[in-house]
Each structure stands twice: as structure tokens, then as C-alpha cells.
Design a protein around this ligand. Structure first.
Ligand SMILES: Cc1ncc(COP(=O)(O)O)c(C=O)c1O
Length: 397
């Protein structure tokens, strides 16, 4: 048998597969596992968005659409970008994609040649490294620490760029850290990007999920890099529409045209019904986002207070998204009943097996002393989970 292609063979299985299987097994055995792994809002998709989809079905809008999406939705995205950020994108420069994930992937494929280097700040969202590999490019991680709030600096970016560097992937607000780059920080990065002539893929999928009056800053604000910016966003997180699979890429015309052709030959259009639902979301009331943010804020404050009150745990206050990314470094080298904790997988495995609480090991995001907790779940579940984590840590010697 010839076997799997080189391309497919190099995709890593998720680092968390073994833990997920263990969790599934424990649940089957009837154990009350509390999981804080979810990467999606726990809120239902708002009714007016569902209604827009139902109307589309009733009206027979269930056929192929243009590969890059229906014009009404592209116009709505163009207006949204103009109203929110003053960014000018023609509908032809916008490609509606089956989720923001596929927008990132196509952006990478559109600009990377084999061997090109892609700069990626650590911690990173789990899919970026695999997508970089699939694009035939070479990953160059940019390490960060708590001193810079888990963010890269312009000097660091400047130093890391070589003549092979093609693109920087930036994700603010960040999954997993919740770090948000300020307008000033982004401007300084934009200056380096402009000067050094690289592309930037700016994944702004959590733009509506920011706390404490933190001002979200978009990369679209820096006209000097307009021709170098590949902007990714979508409706998954802000409209609680993860399952509908609608994202978008806004990019210079040449790239948008290339992506339109590629998408036409790979997925064709994103689901027609979902596009009408997303249009209903963009044109409809937005108050539910405030309601969702009220709940997220209460939970974020609770989770952060609980974590930072645990001995040896430090955790940045998330400024955006719905994750906390505490540092459990102080527990590395500890043990309990012969179980040794030397990595984030060890720690998360121990908490799962012994204390029935599931969180995601930091190694999946490139930081092996950390773990990610999602607070897109109820206060009741959060309290239960944090009690268990606290007991688990207290038992380590
Ligand atoms: C940083 C980041 N980008 C993109 C996505 C994917 O969004 P979508 O569900 O629209 O593909 C996620 C989802 O977890 C994410 O965290």
C-alpha cells in the first residue's frame, strides 16, 4: 500500500487526544467530569439569526451561491468594517469562508511558497502550526513571557524577520491568553511590518469580546500596511454561531481573487443558509452581545480571582476572549502517590484522573507550564471545577 502522503503524515495529532479519550471513557463510566475545554460561547444563537436561516430555507435559498459568498453579505461585511474600524474594503476584496479557520488557512496558502518562514507568537491557537506545515512553510515561534503580557514587542519582531520571512500571524484578543494589543502596540508592530515588507494575517475573531472598557484595536487602522494585511474575522464567537461555519477574509484584491478561485475548487461556497443567517446577524440587533459580555465579565473576574488565590499560581487577567491561561510552573517537579508532574499533560492528566476536572494542557498552545481554562460555561460549573483544581494542587507535594 502506498500509504498516506507526506503532507498528511506531518499533521500532528492533537496533543490532547489521549486526555480527551480518557475523559470520554470516564464519562461513559458515569463519572461526573467537569470540563472547561470549550472553545465556543455557551449561549444559544439569537432567535433573529435562526429566523433569518429559516426564512432562507422557506424561500428556497438552498442552492449554490457565488464561491466567495452572496453579495448582500459581502456588502454587509464591508459596511461593518467601515462603521466599526473606518476600514475601506470593496466587496470584491472580501471572501466569505466556511469559518474563520479556513480563512486563516487560505490566507497562508495564498502568500506562502515552500520554505517561506511564518512568524508565530507563543502562546498560539492550536491550528496555526499545523496549517503552516500544510502550507509547506516553516514555523518560527516568537517566545513571550508575563513581562510583556504574553505579547511580542516590535524589537523582537524586527529581529526575527529574515529574507525568508513571508508573514506574521497575529491574534488579538488571543486564544489562549486573553491578551489584547493596544492601539499603540499594534501601531509599532505595523511600522515594523511596513518597513520590512512582510504580510500579516490578523485574526480578529474575538474583536467583540473585550473587558473593562479595553479598547479593541484592529490592524485595519494602519493604512501603511493596507496592501500587506490579510484580515480574518467571522460570526462564530461574537454571534454565538460556531456551528454555522461562517468567517471571512478581507485582503488586497490580488490575494482575494486568488482565494476566491481556490475556494471555488475546494469547498465552493460556504453553506447558503448559514450565509443568510450571518446576514441576519449583521443587519439585526446587537444587544445580545452586551448580555453575553455581562456574563463573561462576571465569570472572568471569578475565575481570575480564584486562580490567583491558589498558592503558586499566577494568571494574567484576560482582557479579551473567554479563556484564562494560568501558569502552573510552581507545580512542575511535584508528585502525589507516585504520580509525577513534569509537564502540562502530566498536570492536566492528574487533575482529570484524580479530581474529575478537565482543562487543556498549555503544550497545545506552545507553553508547557500553563493550562487553558474556558469560562464559556455557567458559574455553577466554574465553581465546581475551580474547587477541584484547588484540591488537586493542594494535594501535590
Ligand atoms: C483564534 C481563533 N481563530 C479562529 C478560530 C476559528 O473560528 P471558526 O469557528 O469561525 O472557524 C478560533 C476558534 O476557536 C480561534 O480561537
Amino acid at each position: 500500500m502506498p500509504g498516506l502522503s507526506q503532507k498528511f503524515s506531518q499533521i500532528s495529532e492533537s496533543q490532547t487526544v489521549a486526555l480527551n479519550s480518557l475523559m470520554a471513557k470516564m464519562k461513559r463510566e458515569g463519572r461526573d467530569v467537569v470540563a472547561l475545554g470549550a472553545g465556543e460561547p455557551d449561549f444559544d444563537t439569537p432567535q433573529h439569526i435562526k429566523d433569518a436561516a429559516i426564512t432562507a430555507i422557506r424561500q428556497g435559498k438552498t442552492k449554490y451561491t457565488p464561491a466567495d459568498g452572496i453579495m448582500d453579505l459581502k456588502e454587509a461585511i464591508s459596511k461593518w468594517l467601515a462603521d466599526d474600524y473606518g476600514a475601506v474594503y470593496k466587496p470584491s476584496e472580501i471572501i466569505v469562508t466556511p469559518g474563520a479557520k479556513y480563512a486563516v488557512f487560505q490566507a497562508l496558502l495564498a502568500v506562502c511558497n515552500p520554505g517561506d518562514e511564518v512568524l508565530l507568537p507563543v502562546p498560539y491557537w492550536v491550528s496555526y502550526p499545523e496549517q503552516v506545515k500544510l502550507a509547506g512553510a516553516v514555523l518560527k515561534p516568537l517566545e513571550t513571557d508575563q513581562n510583556t503580557g504574553l505579547k511580542i514587542t516590535p524589537e523582537q519582531l524586527d529581529r526575527a524577520i529574515t529574507d525568508k520571512t513571508k508573514v506574521l500571524i497575529l491574534n488579538s484578543p488571543s486564544n489562549p491568553s486573553g491578551a489584547v494589543y493596544s492601539a499603540e502596540e499594534l501601531e509599532e508592530l505595523a511600522r515594523v511590518i511596513e518597513k520590512r515588507g512582510i504580510y500579516v494575517i490578523s485574526d480578529e475573531i474575538y474583536d467583540k469580546i473585550v473587558y473593562d472598557g479595553v479598547q479593541f484595536a484592529s490592524m485595519t487602522k494602519y493604512p501603511g500596511i493596507r496592501e500587506q494585511l490579510l484580515l480574518v474575522n467571522g460570526v462564530s464567537k461574537s454571534f454565538a454561531m460556531t456551528g454555522w461555519r461562517i468567517g471571512y477574509l478581507a485582503a488586497p484584491q490580488e490575494i482575494a481573487t486568488g482565494v476566491k478561485k481556490f475556494q471555488g475548487h475546494t469547498t465552493s461556497n460556504p453553506t447558503s443558509i448559514s450565509q443568510y443567517a450571518a446576514l441576519g446577524g449583521m443587519n439585526g440587533p446587537k444587544e445580545f452581545i452586551n448580555e453575553m459580555m455581562k456574563a463573561f465579565t462576571e465569570r472572568r473576574n471569578y475565575v481570575h480571582t480564584r486562580l490567583t488565590n491558589m498558592p503558586g499560581v499566577s494568571c494574567m487577567l484576560p482582557q479579551g476572549a473567554f479563556y484564562a491561561f494560568p501558569d502552573f510552573g510552581a507545580y512542575m517537579g511535584t508528585s502525589q502517590d507516585g504520580i509525577e508532574i513534569n509537564s502540562s499533560i502530566d498536570l492536566c492528566g492528574y487533575l482529570l484522573e484524580k479530581f474529575d476536572v478537565a482543562i487543556v494542557p498549555g503544550i497545545a498552545f506552545g507553553m508547557d507550564t500553563h493550562a487553558r481554562l474556558s469560562f464559556a460555561t455557567s458559574m455553577e460549573i466554574l465553581e465546581k471545577a475551580l474547587n477541584r483544581i484547588e484540591r488537586g494542587l493542594a494535594s501535590l507535594k
